[in-house]
Design a protein around this ligand. Sequence first.
Ligand code: TRP
Length: 331
Amino acid sequence: MEQQKKVLFSGIQPTGIITIGNYIGALRNWVKLQDECECIYCVVDMHSITAEQVPAQLRKNTLELLALYIACGIDPKKCTLFVQSHVPAHAQLTWTLNTITYVGELSRMTQFKDKSRRHRENINMGLMDYPVLMAADILLYQTDIVPVGADQKQHLELARGLAQRFNSRYNPTFKVPEPYIPRQGARIMSLQNPLVKMSKSDENPNSFVSLTDTPDDIARKFKRAVTDSGSEIRASEDKPGITNLLNIYCAFSDKSLGQAERELEGASYAQFKDMVAQAVIEKLQPIQRRLKELLADKAFLEQVMREGAERAGTIANRTLSKVYRKIGFYG
Ligand code: TRP
């Protein structure tokens, strides 16, 4: 039975803020998937350093993200939960895959072009190589499925391409991973501009809600959220602001769109915003409480990290050894 479970891999960068968009789009689904699949969840600190980090902050964010995974319901007994830099095979396989990756295909990556445009002062090789490191993450574990958002699809395509290239140049070594698109899950958009995705890197903190925002922050941010003309509360294309708030409301109160629209008939925008804020606060409160407890028990978190790295390392090294043998490394 165990062997039939599909292997699922995913990761988030420890760069500080995790928004309710990340929660709805990723973390909440990760929790649901942990019984169905053999889940491997990673804190991808090596990806983070492709942008400049403050060392003490990165260290803190790494521990906090691991704690947040657990606080959201990811069970380190059911999953493999680990920090990328604790498993050297990620860097080792990246180097190997680099030699079958063309500079052209990396320089054409949308995210690379985008980040280079935004950070002209730090277009480092790591930034360009980011998708190869991500491919190594995935391929080391013979991953079947990778839950990814639209912005990571091109990277997953590269991982598939590299697996196929290696397999055909040598012989079948890597499983070719499939993207996994969650059944439901509306995209959560910015509260200040509902036409763009909610992002933690938005300059305006009122545009996103972090999982660690206080109830007052949350209430204030929803009060200031951009709405649309008219007064009706219904989802439609010409009402991107209200539609976004409705999606958030539904996701956080486990209601369908139809249910919510009926319930909200006759409510004012102000009342509605209050209700959205309350739904979010209510769902986040137990997570925040658990997070606080976890962060007070550093020994436990460090034990989770150690055990996770050991489990992940065993699987990853098995794949890496095969790769090294095939390419002709003496050993
Ligand atoms: N690049 C991903 C993101 O920014 C994070 C990531 C790193 C990842 N390695 C991965 C996601 C492997 C899935 C699988 O969202």
